[in-house]
Design a protein around this ligand. Structure first.
Ligand code: FE2
Length: 419
C-alpha cells in the first residue's frame, strides 16, 4: 500500500503543457530533454498486497531549449503484456524505455509516445535490455546484462554505436539471479550473484546462497567469481580499471532484502576493489542513500564526483546540514568528492520528495554542469524540475521549472541532449 500513497501515488492523466513558468534562469546550454521513468500503477485490485515496481510504466519529460522549458509531457509506456518502467535511455539517436529482466525495450518517439517493442534489428539471439544498460562514452557502445526468470544464465550483450547487436556472451549460473544492475569498466564487466534470486517466478532472498562478484572480460570469455560478504547490491555509481585492479562503487545493503519492499533496507555506499582474486569491501558513506549517478562522460573511467539521493523511500536520517535526524520526511541529495573524501548534502523540505538527480554537462570539468531532478512542491501540490549547479550544490537552484502536475517518486532517467 505504501507504494500507492503519498509521494508514490500514481497519477491518472497524461498531460501536455507548453511554455512552463520558471523561477530563476534555465541555462541556455541545456538543450535537450530530461526524461524519467517509473511505475504508475492504475486499477490495482488489492492495494494491501501491491508490490513496488508493479504496474504500467510512465515517462515524465521536460524539453529545454534556448533558456525556455518548451514542454512537459507524461506518457504511459504502452506495450502489450509488459510495461518497461525502470529506466529511459537514448542510443543511436533512438529513445528506449527499459524493463526489468530479459525483456525487450520499448522505443519512444521524441514526444514520449510509444512506437513499440524494439529488438534493435535482432540477431538470431535477439536483444533484451537489462534495466541498467550502460554506455561507454568513448566507444559509443551500449552494454546490457539480461536475465530472465526460468533461465539459469545471464547474457552480456553489446550494441554498437549504430544500434546493432554485435556480441552476446552467455554466463551460466546455478539458478536465476536478480541482477538489476551491473558495472562496466574500460576492459571488464562486473556482475554480482547475490542471495536474491528466483524460486520459480517468485523473487526472494535465499539465505543459503552466497554472494559472489564476477569479473568478465569485455571482449568475452569466462567469468572469474569471487566470494564477498553477503549483501544486497542495489546500484552502481561507476566503475573503472586501476592498474591490475577493478574498482566498483556500489550501493549495498545487508540482507535479507524483500524485492517487494525496497524501503525496508538501509542502503549505503561502498567501494569494492578487486585485485588478484581478492575483493576489498570498504564503506564510503554509511548514511542511507541510493540512486547514485556520475557524470556519464566519466562512465567506465575513474571519477572524482558522484551524486546520490536520500528519498522518502528510505526514511532519511539527514538534515539539510548533513547531521543525523530521526525525522523520516527529510529529503536530500548528496554530492560526493571521492578524492577529498568529503560530501555536501543539499536538503529539501518536508514533503519535498526528491528522486534521482542526473548530471547534465556544461563543460569539460567533471562537475562543470547541472543536476536535474523532479522535486515535489507541496505548496503548489505539483512538482518542479529543479536545476542545480553541480559546483554550487548547496546554493539556490539555478532554475525551478514549475510543472502543472505532481510527478510521483519513480526510478531512473537521463538528460538527453540534442546533438
Ligand atoms: Fe535501478
Amino acid at each position: 500500500m505504501k507504494y500507492l500513497a503519498g509521494p508514490f501515488a500514481p497519477v491518472t492523466e497524461e498531460i501536455t503543457a507548453h511554455d512552463l513558468p520558471v523561477t530563476g534562469r534555465i541555462p541556455a546550454e541545456l538543450d535537450g530533454r530530461y526524461l524519467r521513468n517509473g511505475p504508475n500503477p492504475l486499477g490495482v485490485e488489492d492495494p494491501a498486497v501491491h508490490l513496488w515496481g508493479m504496474g504500467q510504466g510512465m515517462v515524465h519529460g521536460v524539453r529545454l531549449r534556448d533558456g525556455r522549458a518548451e514542454w512537459y509531457r507524461n506518457r504511459f509506456v504502452r506495450t502489450p503484456g509488459f510495461a518497461p518502467m525502470v529506466h529511459v535511455i537514448e542510443h543511436a539517436r533512438r529513445t528506449f524505455a527499459l524493463a526489468e529482466g530479459g525483456l525487450p525495450p520499448a522505443e519512444l518517439d521524441e514526444e514520449l509516445n510509444t512506437v513499440g517493442a524494439c529488438d534493435l534489428g535482432a540477431t538470431a539471439e535477439g536483444f533484451t535490455a537489462g534495466a541498467h544498460s550502460k554506455h561507454d562514452p568513448l566507444t559509443g557502445e551500449l552494454h546490457s546484462l539480461s536475465y530472465m526468470p526460468g533461465r539459469e544464465f545471464v547474457q552480456h550483450i553489446v550494441v554498437d554505436a549504430g544500434g546493432s547487436v554485435v556480441r552476446t556472451t552467455t554466463v551460466p549460473l546455478a539458478r536465476t539471479p536478480f541482477m538489476h544492475d551491473f558495472a562496466l569498466t574500460e576492459n571488464h564487466v562486473v556482475l554480482w550473484d547475490t542471495p536474491i534470486g528466483f524460486d520459480g517466478f517468485e523473487c526472494r532472498w535465499l539465505p543459503e546462497h552466497p554472494t559472489r562478484v564476477g569479473v568478465l572480460p569485455r571482449v568475452g570469455g569466462d567469468v572469474r567469481w569471487l566470494d564477498v560478504d553477503p549483501v544486497h547490491v542495489s546500484h552502481t555509481l561507476n566503475a573503472y580499471d586501476d592498474g591490475d585492479s577493478v574498482v566498483v562503487d556500489v550501493v549495498t545493503a545487508e540482507g535479507p532484502f524483500d524485492p517487494a519492499d525496497p524501503g525496508a533496507i538501509r542502503p549505503a555506499l561502498d567501494r569494492w576493489t578487486i585485485t588478484a582474486g581478492q575483493v576489498d569491501q570498504r564503506r564510503l558513506d554509511d548514511r542511507p542513500q541510493d540512486f547514485p549517478r556520475v557524470n556519464e562522460a566519466r562512465a567506465t573511467r575513474p571519477h572524482r564526483f558522484g551524486y546520490s539521493a536520500a528519498t522518502a523511500l528510505y526514511g532519511i536520517p539527514f538534515t539539510p546540514d548533513g547531521t543525523p535526524s530521526d525525522d523520516a520526511f527529510t529529503n536530500a541529495l548528496v554530492k560526493h568528492d571521492f578524492v577529498r573524501g568529503t560530501s555536501e548534502v543539499r536538503g529539501f523540505g518536508r514533503h519535498e520528495a526528491v528522486g534521482e538527480a542526473v548530471f547534465a554537462a556544461a563543460g569539460p570539468g567533471e562537475d562543470d554542469g547541472y543536476l536535474l531532478t523532479y522535486v515535489h512542491n507541496p505548496a503548489r501540490g505539483a512538482s518542479d524540475l529543479v536545476i542545480l549547479s553541480a559546483q554550487d550544490f548547496t546554493g539556490d537552484p539555478v532554475a525551478r521549472v514549475h510543472l502543472p502536475v505532481r510527478v510521483p517518486l519513480g526510478l531512473h532517467g537521463n538528460w538527453l541532449p540534442d546533438r
